[in-house]
Ligand binder design. Structure first.
Ligand code: SAM
Length: 282
């Protein structure tokens, strides 16, 4: 199917279903049928999708292990006028999936990069979770172990707004238990499982509830964890803030440092922290 929808020399980033085939947009199908080549994370995975759409577009593999070597060659083809669509196994390419190296190389070479938006587990889980959707931070997959994991868990704990985390079913119980141990057991959370599929499920509760539920029983299928942000610190009275400013000044902190410390410690706005940090000056 060759249509007028595809511009020569462009790289399309095409979102594909995360389960339900009906979620593939008509525009996505048109682009997948109209480009010269579909660049797939796993061609064995994408071939059935193209076949389902009645398309025979040539496929090439672009995955985490070959993206660096193939990017320059693919960009040269794009510069010469070929069009390509990048897809991942499911959802939106680049979202915890390969593609960033190719996109950066394409932009560098002046190749138009055209997103064709559609399914992604991060937004489906966030919007169905019942937790505030704006702002939110997407963490992708957490590091599995070591100081990186501890740091990321600390980042999650410090966050004052909703977080979305991709997790494997085998590791979900451990992650919930780690969040509990980090003092976040009382936060509301949701586990979104098998989104858009037959056994789609949202399980909502506190982190402690969910940790107890999933302890020793990994969920079946794919999951996303959505976590409520921490409550802002209790408002402090003027005397407490003034005492903190005096302490920090005695410790040799400059006004700028004191301002940011007051914002962190007492949840003051930038202006209020500025006024407090400068109040005792002179
Ligand atoms: N690029 C994809 C996207 O846009 O959502 C994500 C790819 S990432 C390698 C795979 C992870 O996404 C899974 O481990 C799971 O956390 C989440 N995921 C993908 N499909 C899902 C689904 N149908 N239900 C729940 N989570 C899903």
């Amino acid at each position: 199917m060759v249509t007028g929808a595809v511009a020569p020399g462009s790289l399309y980033l095409v979102a594909t279903p995360i389960g339900h085939l009906g979620d593939l947009s008509p525009r996505a199908a048109e682009i997948l049928g109209g480009v010269d080549v579909v660049l797939a994370e796993d061609t064995r995975h994408t071939r059935p999708l193209l076949t389902h759409l009645g398309l025979a577009t040539p496929l090439e593999a672009v995955h985490a292990h070959n993206e660096r070597e193939t990017a320059a060659r693919l960009v040269a083809r794009l510069v010469a006028g070929a069009s390509a669509a990048l897809v991942s196994d499911a959802g939106t390419p680049l979202v915890s999936d390969p593609g960033a190296v190719l996109v950066a190389a394409a932009i560098e070479a002046g190749v138009p990069v055209v997103p064709v938006p559609g399914p992604s587990a991060v937004l489906a889980a966030l919007t169905g979770s019942g937790l505030p959707a704006v702002p939110f931070t997407f963490f992708g997959f957490l590091p599995r172990k070591g100081p990186e994991r501890r740091e990321r868990l600390a980042d999650l704990g410090a966050l004052r707004h909703t977080a979305v985390v991709y997790e494997s079913p085998q590791r979900l119980g451990e992650t919930l238990a780690d969040l509990s141990s980090a003092g976040l057991g009382g936060r509301r959370a949701a586990v979104a499982r098998e989104l858009t599929k037959k056994f789609e499920e949202f399980r909502r509760g506190t982190v402690d509830d969910l940790a107890a539920y999933y302890a020793g029983t990994p969920p079946r299928g794919e999951v996303v964890l959505v976590l409520e942000g921490g409550a802002p610190p209790a408002p402090a009275d003027a005397a407490t803030i003034a005492a903190a400013v005096a302490d920090l000044r005695r410790a040799g902190r400059d006004s700028r440092t004191i301002q940011s410390e007051l914002m962190d410690r007492f949840g003051l706005s930038r202006n209020a922290a500025y006024r407090a940090a400068h109040a005792e000056e002179g």
